[in-house]
Design a protein around this ligand. Structure first.
Ligand SMILES: Nc1ncnc2c1ncn2[C@@H]1O[C@H](COP(=O)(O)OP(=O)(O)OP(=O)(O)O)[C@@H](O)[C@H]1O
Length: 251
C-alpha cells in the first residue's frame, strides 16, 4: 500500500489580474522526503509556497495535507494541522533576544487576549522547549543575544527555530541559504538535514549544490507550470531544465 502524500497540490492555479503566477500545478510530496522546488526568477515558487501555506487562496485547484483539504483554511489553522513555513524576508523580532523570539513563537498558538507576554508561571513550562530548540538550531551560545545583533546566517537559523516551535510534520523553507557565505551555507544545509529527521521538508532553493546535497526529489517550475520533477540526476539531465534553469546558472 502506498503511503498518503504528506502534501499535495492538485491543479493549483493562481491568477493576479489575469496573469497566471501558477498554472495547473500538480505536486506530490512524499512523507519524510526533502523536496526542493527550483526554477528561474519569477517562475512562481513563492506564489506556490503562499498557496500551500494558506497565505494566498488559489484561483483553482486544491491543497491537501495528509489527504485533508487545507486550501480553504487560514494560515494559523494550517499551522495547527502540522504545516509551518519560514519566510524569505526575516520574520524575527529584532528587539527581542533569541530566547525571547522562541518564547513568543511558542506561546503564540495559545490565545492570550490583549497580552503579548504571559506570566512567569505560564512561561516556565515553555522554557525547557526553548532549551531544546536553541540547541537544535545551534544557537545555544547566542541565546541571550538580541536578534538585531545576529549575523544573516544566524537569523536564518533562528527562523528555522521559530518554525520548529510548532513541531510541524511538514516544514516549508523559503530560500534558507540565501545571502550566505560558504560557511553559513554548510551550517544551514546540515541544520536542514537534522530538522528533516522524522518530518517532511519542502524548500525553495537557488543554490544547486545545496539542492543536490539535500533533496530526495526536485520539482522544476517555469512560467508557473511544472516543467519536470524527479531526482537531481534525472532533472539535471533533462534538456528542458538545462535550457530553462541550469543553463541560466552556468552562464
Ligand atoms: N501579488 C501579485 N500581484 C501581481 N503579480 C504577482 C503577485 N505576486 C507574484 N506575482 C507575479 O507572479 C510571478 C511569479 O512570482 P513569484 O514571486 O511566485 O516567483 P518566484 O519563482 O518566487 O521568483 P523569485 O525566484 O524571483 O523569488 C512573477 O511574474 C510575479 O511578478
Amino acid at each position: 500500500m502506498t503511503a498518503l502524500p504528506a502534501l499535495q497540490a492538485v491543479g493549483l492555479s493562481k491568477e493576479f489580474r489575469g496573469f497566471s503566477a501558477t498554472k495547473d500545478v500538480n505536486l506530490d510530496i512524499r512523507q519524510g522526503e526533502i523536496h526542493a522546488v527550483i526554477g528561474p526568477n519569477g517562475a512562481g515558487k513563492t506564489t506556490l509556497f503562499n498557496l500551500l501555506s494558506g497565505f494566498l487562496r488559489p484561483s483553482r485547484g486544491e491543497v491537501r495535507l495528509f489527504g485533508e483539504r487545507i486550501d480553504t483554511l487560514a494560515p494559523h489553522q494550517i499551522v495547527r494541522r502540522g504545516l509551518s513555513r519560514s519566510f524569505q524576508i526575516s520574520s524575527v523580532f529584532s528587539s527581542l533576544s533569541v530566547r525571547e523570539n522562541l518564547l513568543a513563537a511558542l506561546q503564540s498558538p495559545t490565545p492570550l487576549p490583549g497580552q503579548f507576554w504571559s506570566s512567569r508561571r505560564k512561561l516556565a513550562p515553555l522554557s525547557g522547549r526553548v532549551d531544546e530548540i536553541v540547541a537544535q538550531v545551534g544557537l545555544e551560545p547566542l541565546q541571550h543575544r538580541l536578534a538585531a545583533d545576529l549575523s544573516h546566517g544566524e537569523k536564518r537559523q533562528l527562523e528555522i527555530g521559530i518554525s520548529l516551535t510548532q513541531n510541524p510534520r511538514v516544514l516549508l523553507l523559503d530560500e534558507p541559504t540565501s545571502g550566505m557565505g560558504s560557511e553559513g551555507i554548510a551550517r544551514v544545509t546540515q541544520l536542514v538535514r537534522e530538522v528533516a529527521a522524522g518530518r517532511t521538508v519542502v524548500l525553495v532553493e537557488h543554490n544547486m549544490s545545496v539542492v543536490s546535497t539535500l533533496a530526495d526529489r526536485i520539482t522544476v517550475l517555469q512560467y508557473g507550470s511544472v516543467l519536470a520533477s524527479g531526482s537531481y540526476q534525472d532533472v539535471s539531465r533533462d534538456p528542458r531544465v538545462i535550457e530553462a534553469y541550469l543553463g541560466e546558472e552556468s552562464e
